[in-house]
Ligand binder design. Structure first.
Ligand code: SAM
Ligand code: SF4
Length: 325
């Protein structure tokens, strides 16, 4: 069974946001002081999420990433992880987190079935970290060390690169990640929501960063397990890998294999578009499993050919925290 969109792309990967809330305020993602969140009673329950993901796995999706907002803000997340890791056909279950709560939860997440994580970290300078996120760097480093100690592997660090904000932190981040056996991935800013559009003013083409790093390190092409679009290089003579995620300078829409489920049960077909399908009312009305599978198949046909971040940057009004990046 497979899920193929009208442009013949096979959908194998689902990102699931479990809450739109977050305990940080990265300025490129969520507005300072924002509190216009969805109400928890509107979130899908863990049983409802499990049901929707079971349908996706019946249709051939084999990779799921739990995200948010900050997914660890939602209570009892390991319970959801245990339920999902028992689903037949789901062989890659991962988590995106800001790591503020990993010190406390890394062990139980690992025990429940998360094997690998992605962590957002844009700088290792504590003052700058606070300026970007309103949070404390120390909590993140503690969380990362705990994640490493319990055996989460690989740990990928996602760094959104912004000119004049943290582009001069790249070399420090390389050293930090190299020392700790983390993989480092650079991401171009995307004009998602007003916050993302403001941050797009700091956009840098990641090819520039790669050229700069190539003057300091010998970089050779590399491959890395994962369902995503990052292109990897490796520092010669080490196991250290660097990924480049370039949705703006070199889009990868023709090989896009994913859709996103929001915390309230809306299926978003593209990060750079508003095409969506609301599954929650159908689930709450008592739709059968066969009907749910058919609805998802039909919804996938709404997936657009490509994002329009460059041509139409005003298009996406929701914040990144609603769909989890
Ligand atoms: N809170 C978790 C975290 O920060 O990893 C998960 C959700 S967060 C929305 C997922 C990813 O989206 C993070 O790596 C974050 O840096 C990225 N992100 C948020 N806003 C962005 C933007 N405007 N452009 C590019 N990436 C963005
Ligand atoms: Fe929160 Fe992640 Fe958005 Fe930062 S990027 S505000 S940590 S959801």
């Amino acid at each position: 069974m497979s899920l193929i969109d009208k442009y013949n792309r096979e959908i194998r990967y689902l990102r699931v946001s479990v809450t739109d809330r977050c305990d940080l305020r990265c300025f490129y993602c969520m507005p300072k002081g924002f509190d216009g969140y969805e109400e928890p009673e509107d979130w899908l329950s863990y049983a409802e999420i499990e049901r929707i993901i079971a349908s996706f796995t019946r249709l051939g999706v084999n990779a799921v990433r739990i995200t948010g907002g900050e997914p660890l803000v939602r209570k009892n997340l390991p319970e959801l992880v245990s339920r999902l890791s028992a689903l037949p056909g789901l062989d890659d279950l991962s988590l995106s987190t800001n790591a503020t709560r990993l010190g406390k939860h890394a062990q139980e997440l690992y025990d429940a079935g998360i094997s690998r994580i992605n962590v957002s970290l844009d700088t290792v300078d504590p003052v700058k970290f606070n300026e970007i996120t309103q949070g404390k760097l120390e909590k993140i480093t503690q969380g990362l060390l705990k994640a490493k100690e319990v055996g989460l592997d690989p740990i990928k660090i996602n760094m959104v690169i912004m000119k004049g904000v943290n582009d001069d932190d790249v070399e420090d981040m390389v050293e930090f990640c190299m020392q700790n056996d983390f993989t480092l991935r650079f991401i171009e800013t995307m004009p998602v929501g007003d916050t993302g559009r403001n941050a797009a003013n700091y956009f840098i083409d990641l090819h520039e960063i790669e050229k700069r790093l190539a003057q300091k390190y010998e970089l050779i092409p590399a491959v890395m397990k994962g369902a995503g679009p990052a292109r990897y290089v490796q520092v010669a003579g080490t196991d250290f890998k660097i990924g480049f995620i370039t949705p703006i300078s070199q889009h990868f829409c023709d090989t896009c294999n994913r859709v996103r489920l929001s915390a309230t049960g809306t299926l978003y077909m593209c990060l750079g578009d508003e095409h969506k399908y609301d599954l929650r009312p159908l689930i709450r009305k008592g739709i059968s499993d066969d009907e749910l599978d058919q609805v998802i198949r039909d919804a996938i046909n709404l997936k657009p050919l490509k994002h329009e971040f460059n041509e139409n940057p005003e298009k996406v009004v929701r914040f990144m925290s609603m769909t989890g990046g």
